[in-house]
Design a protein around this ligand. Structure first.
Ligand SMILES: [Zn+2]
Length: 166
């Protein structure tokens, strides 16, 4: 059960699990915007599990519970090659490139992995982008703001900025 987190400007800033959502409410760090239809019962009382909460203070800290995995890297990069911008959504040539190659100590992290087409990945080989004369397209490498929230919960579509909702 996931909770959508909005920042103080009502923009989605993350998705967290419901326990963390309740904790933010208890700590008075967030307001409930939409309840879910779920409740938990303790000995003394009943708590409504939130569906959407809003942080009280302006906060750029992303509360992310996104799993680091291949699919989420593709989603962050909107299924485009981060080197040549080719759309790879319906393309089998989609791969993951390590910016600092694994053979040179590059890690499996959000900051070091990008979506790449086979051609760019092949061209880059075991080089850094600079060495290969290739440029990473601008855009966040951090897992903020990118996941298609509608995949998780269609009720959240109305909170998406237009650009992402399309
Ligand atoms: Zn490419």
């Amino acid at each position: 059960m996931k909770v959508l987190v909005l920042n103080s400007s009502y923009l989605p800033t993350g998705v967290i699990n419901w326990k963390r959502g309740l904790k933010l409410l208890f700590m008075d760090k967030a307001d409930i915007i939409e309840p879910s239809s779920y409740k938990i019962r303790t000995v003394n009382r009943e708590y409504i599990i939130p569906n959407v909460i809003k942080l009280k203070t302006y906060n750029n800290i992303a509360y992310m519970d996104y799993k680091y995995c291949r699919t989420n890297i593709y989603k962050r990069d909107r299924y485009r090659c981060r080197y040549c911008n080719k759309s790879l959504k319906t393309n089998n040539s989609i791969t993951i490139d390590h910016i600092i190659p694994k053979s040179r100590g590059g890690k499996d992290t959000w900051e070091n992995t990008v979506t790449s087409c086979v051609e760019c990945n092949y061209k880059k080989k075991d080089l850094t982008p600079e060495e290969a004369g290739m440029k990473l397209l601008p855009g966040s490498l951090k897992p903020t703001y990118f996941i298609n929230l509608a995949d998780i919960n269609p009720e959240w579509v109305k909170y998406l900025p237009v650009r992402l909702a399309q």
